[in-house]
Design a binder for this molecule. Structure first.
Ligand code: PMP
Length: 344
């Protein structure tokens, strides 16, 4: 969209064309140049605005969606918010089945954006009838004229990033990008962006960020689903207990796993060093950069683009709450007040 305009017809006109912001301090001493693609500049404050708009407009083009129809999705919050936002403007009903791991703030935001929200248990298997996948499928079958976005298994999710995020990064770096570092949840962001960038320059290296407790990294390495990899973790939107077909594993060169605790501290550090108040997975992406730097992975001439998927305001009751950090045992000290004054 053309953001140089002075007046816009709706929030939809402001989706995409997010800035690349140079990381100045948090990567100090690292070899290479680091640029963050800050997706919180989308009107719904996350990268998911892109997929909501792309998938809904594709369904309209194909005549699948008509005014007044219902859009259903499973979501960790961000996709739901974006779908709800696009539905408000375009006049659709929006039903969201969300994980109980999602923050209370996120759920309240969805409701205030006009969505009907079903909260489903987080730590059940994907094929359990209580899982948010199964709840969404059931509602889709029950409601006539409904569309199930199904972001984990929808190639249009990946295509949205192939058509927008990829070309934007290529143009913004004037083709000089050498590495892309991005979190993988559905895998849509990393895969679509990687596909586009590798078409322009096959030498661009793509590094995915995965969570301890998720099967994605192991699957990438072995192409086998290893249930032993799965255990509960705190980061929302990153990693998975199933293999999403929206992920193009061949477009990704390698994965780095990050911990809940270090990712939370990296997000807090990002705010205090770069003035970027970002979400938990942005902290995870920074944590991955730190681990890669420890491994002496990058060269001084490398131009590394790292994707920051969403805004910190969605995590006030989690990583930005000292009480929550303390409750998780993420502060070295048990004294909450002392922990508050931690300097990064
Ligand atoms: N970060 C956050 C906060 C997210 O909500 C998501 C989406 N699940 C991701 C990262 C990962 O993006 P993708 O689904 O495109 O892999």
């Amino acid at each position: 969209m053309d953001k140089s305009k002075l007046v816009f017809d709706s929030v939809l006109d402001l989706i995409g064309n997010t800035p690349l912001i140079r990381l100045q301090k948090i990567t100090k001493g690292f070899k290479g140049n680091y640029l963050a693609k800050v997706e919180s500049f989308n009107p719904g404050q996350s990268s998911k605005d892109r997929i909501a708009l792309h998938i809904i407009e594709e369904a309209e083009r194909q005549g699948i969606l008509k005014p007044g129809d219902t859009i259903i999705e499973t979501t960790s919050g961000n996709t739901g918010f974006s779908i709800a936002m696009v539905s408000v403007i375009k006049g659709y009903e929006c039903i969201l089945a969300v994980s109980s791991k999602s923050s209370a703030d996120k759920i309240d935001m969805l409701k205030n954006m006009g969505a009907k929200v079903y909260v489903c248990p987080a730590n059940v298997k994907a094929d359990d009838p209580r899982s948010y996948y199964e709840v969404a499928k059931r509602l889709h079958n029950e409601i006539k004229g409904s569309v199930y976005i199904n972001q984990y298994f929808n190639k249009l999710n990946t295509a949205a990033h192939y058509h927008t995020t990829g070309p934007e990064i290529w143009n913004q770096t004037e083709g000089k990008i050498t590495h892309l570092v991005a979190c993988s949840g559905t895998g849509g962001t990393i895969s679509g962006t990687a596909q586009y960038l590798k078409e322009q320059n096959p030498n661009v290296k793509v590094i995915g960020v995965d969570a301890f407790g998720s099967v994605i990294k192991k699957y990438h390495e072995t192409r086998e689903f290893d249930e032993k990899e799965i255990y509960p973790y705190r980061i929302e939107g990153l990693g998975k207990n199933l293999i999403p077909t929206a992920t193009d594993f061949d477009a990704i060169d390698e994965f780095v796993k990050v911990s809940d605790e270090e990712s939370a501290h990296s997000a807090r550090e990002l705010a205090k060093t770069e003035g970027l108040f970002s979400g938990y997975t942005s902290g995870a992406a920074v944590q991955a950069l730190k681990q890669l730097n420890e491994m002496d992975y990058f060269k001084p001439t490398d131009n590394v683009v790292v994707i920051f998927p969403d805004h910190g305001s969605r995590y006030m009751s989690k990583i930005y709450s000292d009480k929550w950090m303390n409750d998780q045992g993420f502060f070295d000290t048990q004294n909450e007040e002392a922990a508050q004054s931690i300097q990064y």
